[in-house]
Design a protein around this ligand. Structure first.
Ligand SMILES: Cc1ncc(COP(=O)(O)O)c(C=O)c1O
Length: 439
């Protein structure tokens, strides 16, 4: 029988770091990544036959749990009809209508038109190009610690001053491209205002995670998104709301539907849940903006695999199954797990805070929940690796980084929750015993 270590060694021989996406390599927690062979409901199984309660959830898409029967049946039926045609299919329109209607019902704004793409990265890239095309401006504002995919302009790091243009955040990103992005602290409207004033008439758009969940979970402060929308519009720029992670996960449409202060973004990006676990994402907005995309307008965007019928079938089946009961269950499970984790850490004497945005949550090893990227980084993150490994040894697969949200699904039944709860006390003790040098 093969082992995780064998598979990791084999993969490293032929793939950089042995992975197709960096976080899977366990670099921030150390140890051997689990090579998975199957998933069912709340569980995943590795090549050694170990079964884990999964709190990674494919990084978000697995809203209904793994291999949900309705989604699998829809995918099988679609595959039997052909894997893709590079031509339009009725399912794409069904999905676009479903998204439009769910957003409308949630009290959200206008998703009159939707362009289907294959990844969240593509969705945000397209939204930004559209915003630039529509405004005739070049600069983009993004928030430190927010992740919108790996396109060049979005891998920009903050420079030394808030009104300065950003530096490349990755080798291979040309400075002039990073220099089109201004990086500002999250939840800090005064700085956004200052940046608009310093670059009057030059900012095309502000892009923001609807609720930040890629530096651990950091919710917007009360009314922040709404105030940001007003400020952005005052300066003739567009607000791009990135719901790739939150969309159809934190509620029937996304964060947009549950933010306590309503607001209207201009463009919205979706990914993850909207594709039901297959490569599908989307950018949406009002017709007056979206119709500037080719073939109607001058902003070019295209994709061989865009709107792939199997991915569309998975997305449709997932959204059709994602009823109020699904969201109730996810909220219940998230609360149970967040509360129990906090109780176990408290009992072990570990300073921590639970950070929540709807059903998304993460644990920060600091006294208060972080409000921005500086605070998110200012924590005893060395406590996470031993905590993570103790949970893994006890059969619970957490995200392999303290800066990721924990994803629950509607399939996390009482038995799966109980397994997590059983594992927590020993993991909390491991976190308590951690020292900075330890990994
Ligand atoms: C908020 C957000 N936007 C965009 C992306 C990029 O999506 P993808 O990984 O599908 O390219 C992610 C991925 O995690 C995300 O969380």
């Amino acid at each position: 029988m093969t082992t995780n270590a064998d598979e990791f060694a084999r993969a490293q021989g032929v793939m950089p770091g042995g992975v197709s996406s960096p976080v899977r390599a366990y670099r921030s927690v150390g140890g051997t990544p689990r090579f998975l062979v199957s998933g069912s409901g709340p569980y995943v199984t590795d090549v050694e036959g170990h079964r884990y309660v999964d709190l990674v959830g494919s990084w978000g898409p697995a809203l209904l749990g793994h291999a949900h029967p309705a989604v699998v049946a829809a995918v099988q039926a679609a595959a039997a009809q052909g894997l893709g045609f590079g031509a339009s299919t009725p399912g794409e329109t069904d999905l676009a209508e479903l998204v439009r209607d769910r957003v409308r019902r949630s009290g959200g704004g206008l998703v009159e038109r939707l362009r289907l793409v294959s990844t969240g990265t593509e969705a945000t890239m397209t939204a930004i190009r559209l915003a630039r095309g529509a405004t005739g401006r070049d600069l983009l504002v993004k928030f430190a610690g927010h992740y919108h995919g790996h396109s060049d302009g979005l891998l920009a790091d903050a420079g030394s001053g808030i009104a300065t243009l950003a530096l490349p955040g990755s080798a291979g990103v040309p400075a002039p491209i990073a220099g089109q992005t201004l990086v500002v602290p999250y939840n800090d409207l005064a700085t956004v205002r200052a940046v608009f004033e310093a670059h009057e008439g030059r900012i095309a758009a502000v892009i923001i995670e609807a609720a930040a969940a890629n530096m651990g979970v950091v919710a917007p402060s009360q009314g922040f998104d709404a105030a940001l929308a007003s400020l952005t519009h005052e300066h003739g720029a567009l607000l791009i709301l990135d719901e790739v992670l939150t969309g159809f996960r934190v509620g029937p449409a996304g964060w947009w539907g549950i933010d306590p202060v309503p607001f209207t973004p201009d463009l919205v990006t979706f990914g993850k849940v909207v594709g039901g676990g297959l490569p599908l994402a989307a950018v949406g907005g009002p017709a007056r903006l979206m119709d500037q995309l080719a073939p109607l307008g001058p902003v070019y965007q295209a994709g061989t695999l865009s709107g792939n019928p199997i991915a569309v079938a998975a997305g449709l089946a997932t959204l059709r199954a994602a009823d109020d009961e699904v969201y109730r269950r996810i909220d219940t499970v998230a609360t149970a797990l967040a509360d129990a984790t906090s109780a176990a850490l408290t009992a072990a004497g570990v300073v921590h805070a639970v950070s929540r945005a709807g059903s998304l949550f993460s644990i920060a090893f600091r006294a208060t929940a972080p409000r921005d990227y500086d605070e998110a980084r200012d924590q005893e993150s060395f406590r996470y690796a031993p905590f993570f490994h103790a949970m893994l040894d006890a059969g619970v697969s957490l995200p392999p980084s303290v800066f990721e949200a924990w994803f629950v699904s509607a399939a996390h039944d009482d038995e799966a929750v109980a397994r997590v709860l059983d594992a927590l006390p020993a993991a909390a003790l491991a976190a308590a015993a951690a020292t900075p040098a330890q990994r």
